[in-house]
Design a protein around this ligand. Sequence first.
Ligand code: MN
Length: 244
Amino acid sequence: MAKTGRTFFVADLHLTDERPVATGRFFRFLIEDAQGADALYILGDLFETWVGDDHDEQVAHDTARQIKALVDSGTPVYFMHGNRDFMLAGRYATLSGMTLLCDPTKIDLYGESTLLMHGDTLCTDDSAYQRFRNKIRRPWVLAWLRRLPLSLRHRMARQARAGSESAKAEKPAAIMDVNSHEVVRVLQAQQVSRLIHGHTHRPAQHQHVIDGRPCERWVVPDWYARCGYVVCDSAGCALNVEDL
Ligand code: MN
């Protein structure tokens, strides 16, 4: 397939058997938009929950097949973990043809050094979440979780979701956005002038000036009531958001 010279970034699709409209829209995006692209980057929270690579929702099987078809047509697909699907591992990556990325990952995007993140680590005001994240993402904890029975992992995921929903309801909205000092710190430390991330469900293009240098931060939309992506080519990036 002829290349279109474009690269797509999506995140926070939160796919689940309970929201078939979003799943259908994502599969259409894979065929109508991403087909022929130079690459597709999925920046975390592709799935609403992921209890391990034996995750048994129908959407897991269907999504692997659809992504594999895109990869086989010549468009590489990269996946970075989100806070919902951090248990996704090598078995599912192989099945779907996705390449796993670390968070953060720096790429050369048409000559522009660009940093990719899920975005949760930028929300440093939410210290309770950051403490939880540090604990649960330790390799030995992940290895221990993976050995638990599937039904128990499903139950734990349901409890974790309920807990985070009630905690979210009590947190001021500002706490759940990125911390602007942390954004500047990361852009400086990584020596990049462009950052693309998701997680906050606040799609936007932000401009920052750091050490006299113009920098841009692109926030990828979620796929709840809306859907969309950030798309980049050699001329720059654009944000596309539409109703689901
Ligand atoms: Mn997230």
